[in-house]
Every structure is written in C-alpha cells, then in structure tokens.
Design a protein around this ligand. Structure first.
Ligand SMILES: Nc1ncnc2c1ncn2[C@@H]1O[C@H](COP(=O)(O)OP(=O)(O)O)[C@@H](O)[C@H]1O
Ligand SMILES: [Mg+2]
Length: 367
C-alpha cells in the first residue's frame, strides 16, 4: 500500500487518541483558574465575556483578575465533516507544543505566533492570552504583505506549513504585526524535499498560493462592489512584487541548504511566472485571471470535500463558471487547468462545474 504523508499523520494522530494519550503544553501552575473550572467552562460561566463558534472548536473570551484570555475548547462534533477537521484539535496541541520550543530558537516568531499558556489533550482545552487585534484589510499596505510573508518564510524554513491562512485565523496587532493563533491545519514537512505537508505530490499548494486562495482572492470577491478592477489589479501587483521578493529569499535559503533540485526548480518557475506577470498590465491581468480561477477552484473543491459550504462557496463557483465561459482559451493557453481539468473540453468543464451547484447546496449550512 502506498502510504501518503497525510495518511501516516492521520493514522498516528488517531492512534494517540485511541490510546487516550495526554499531550500537555505549559504548566498547570501558570493557569489563572483551576484546570477543572476551565475544563467545565460553558456559556454560563461567570468569567465568560464572549463566545466565538469556530468550525472545529468553541472559543471563549474569558476574564480573570482583570486579564483576558482565549479558552479554546474542542467541539464534540466538528462542523466541517472530514478527517482533518476531526483531528484538528490534537493537531493544534501538537503544533503549539512545537511552537513553544521553536520560539526559543527563532525569536522573530515570538510576536507572530500566539503564546500557549497551557494546553491539554485530555482536558480538552487550550489557553492563550487574548489578542487585541483587527481583521486584516488590503489597501496598498506593503508592510502587511511583508509581515505576512516574512512569517511564512520563518515557519516554512523551520518545517511548518500553514494551510488555512484565512482572515478568521489571523489578527493584526498594533496595525501591522500579524498574529497567528489557529494551528488546526498547520502541519510539519521537509521544505528541502517536499512542496508542502502533502509531500511531493501537490506542487500547486505553497505559501503564497495559500495566502491568495484563503485570504486575498476571497477578500477581492467580498469587496468587489467597493473595489474597481484597477484597484484589484494594483493591489494584486503589489502583493506579487512582495511575494516575489519572499520567494527569492526562500530560493537563496533553499540553495544554501542544498534543497533537492525539484524544489529549487519549482520555486524558480514560480518566480519566473510572477516576474512575467508583473512586467506589464496585460500580463498582470492574464495572470490574475488564471490565479483567481485556480484559487476559486481549490476553495470550492476544499469546501465540498469538507462537506461545509457557505455563500462564498457559491460565489466562487459562480466566478468559476464565468471564467470558463469567458476566458477558457486564455486559461488553457497559460496552463491554468489542473487536477484533470486540463484534459476536458470547455463544454464538459462547464457541465462539470455546473453540476457542483447541487452538491454545494446539499452542504450549505446555516451558521
Ligand atoms: N487568542 C485569541 N485572541 C483573540 N481572538 C481569538 C483568539 N483565539 C481565537 N480567537 C477568536 O475565535 C475565533 C475562532 O478561533 P479559532 O482558533 O480560529 O477556532 P477554529 O479552529 O474553530 O477555527 C477566531 O476567528 C477569533 O475571532
Ligand atoms: Mg479558525
């Protein structure tokens, strides 16, 4: 049997759960309230100020002795119904354990990765300081892109790949310092030989792609009424310029550390495409059409696989169909089809994605 990296990780995590193993981060002595009280916290607990319902957990904003904390508790049943959603809590505790150690050797990550005061698999909660921050917006802010990509660079060079870089999982502190706090989908990998934590199989997924798919392209869609096409393209160009710098830095790091040739070539190709894209406005527009199409397809498939869809999934599907109708030839010419779509005719593709609307409606849940 060909065991994929994901298969092995899931098997190991399920085994730990089956054996009822404890994974603990931090010390009980540092808790502001007794473990039992935190464990039993619910909507009615007097220290709860606010409740955030995530897809896999419930986060309580709690106040104890004048200090605010985030108490993340595992949902009994996750809303997204796939194996990785089911395993996201144990995964997050494993990452939090890794990151508490990593911050000692990479102090630049100290302000970018939420601190874990205490976490326990058996007790089913993770306690962090509450982060006073703002949601990210993109308005010609070079510093924000630089900060995000620098954080990804540090995480990746240290062997961690973040899949879910969406706006709900990131806060801006002091205007431009990003803070990550949800590590349910952060997995380890070898950046010198693997594209991402799926191993050597899916070169389509990389740090900038994740940022664009989960965050930026979604932001553009949400703000379509407010942003003109020129505004979107200018923002996209700025993001690409900074992304290219980040990948050039990564390329130097990969070469210095004798990364395998397929990884070096992969990053070089990506940089080459982006440099072509930002060299003039026509190229930029073509690249935007191809990359936004890619991001919508990846996200729609991801939502369907997670059996969780919302109105944004429908919106993305609408734009997939629009692009297929209007820009099929361009996307084909620029090798923008993938996962078998490159083998299918325009009419069959339209038919294929049209049918997804029914599947998507089935999985559309009310929050
Ligand atoms: N440490 C924190 N500080 C401030 N807000 C937080 C913190 N942790 C979580 N949140 C809030 O709770 C929400 C859900 O938390 P998250 O860790 O993303 O859970 P899930 O894994 O279910 O998505 C976040 O989108 C954010 O609004
Ligand atoms: Mg989250």
């Amino acid at each position: 049997m060909n065991m994929t990296k994901n298969y092995i990780r899931r098997r190991d995590q399920l085994l730990l759960l089956d054996l009822d193993k404890e994974i603990q981060v931090g010390r009980k002595e540092d808790l502001p309230l007794a473990v039992e009280k935190l464990e039993k916290t619910n909507y009615e607990s007097p220290w709860v100020e606010e409740v955030f319902k995530g897809l896999t957990s419930i986060v309580y904003k709690i106040k104890i002795d004048g200090e605010y904390y985030a108490l993340k508790k595992k949902r009994k049943k996750t809303i997204a119904r796939n194996m990785d959603a089911h395993l996201s809590f144990i995964n997050e505790i494993q990452r939090r354990s890794d990151f508490e150690k990593l911050k000692n050797t990479v102090p630049q990550l100290y302000d970018r990765i939420a601190k874990t005061i205490f976490a326990s698999l058996k007790h089913g909660f993770i306690l962090s300081p509450w982060i006073e921050g703002e949601c990210i917006t993109f308005q010609n802010r070079r510093d924000i892109y630089e900060n995000v990509f620098d954080t990804l660079y540090l995480m990746e060079c240290n062997g961690f790949f973040e899949w879910d870089l969406c706006s709900n999982n990131l806060l801006l502190v002091d205007d431009n310092q990003m803070m990550l706090f949800d590590f349910g989908c952060t997995y380890s990998y070898d950046p010198l030989s693997e594209y991402n934590s799926a191993g050597k199989k899916e070169p389509i997924f990389h740090g900038v792609e994740r940022f664009e798919t989960r965050m930026l392209m979604t932001y553009f869609l949400i703000n379509k009424k407010r942003m003109t096409e020129d505004m979107i393209l200018n923002e996209y160009r700025l993001e690409k310029e900074i992304a290219a710098k980040y990948y050039l830095k990564k390329l130097r790091w990969l070469e210095k550390n004798s990364a395998q040739p397929h990884i070096v070539d992969w990053i070089k190709d990506i940089i080459k495409t982006w440099e072509w894209g930002i060299s003039n406005n026509d190229n930029l527009k073509e690249m935007y059409i191809v990359e936004s199409f890619r991001s919508y397809v990846i996200d729609v498939i991801n939502d369907i696989n997670g059996k969780y869809c919302n109105y944004m999934t429908s919106k993305k599907l609408y734009y997939i169909l629009k692009r297929l109708n209007n820009d099929y030839e361009l996307i084909k010419r620029r090798n923008g089809f993938f996962w078998g779509d490159e083998l299918i005719s325009k009419d069959r593709l339209i038919e294929k994605y049209d049918k997804k609307e029914n599947v998507l409606q089935k999985y559309r849940l009310r929050k």
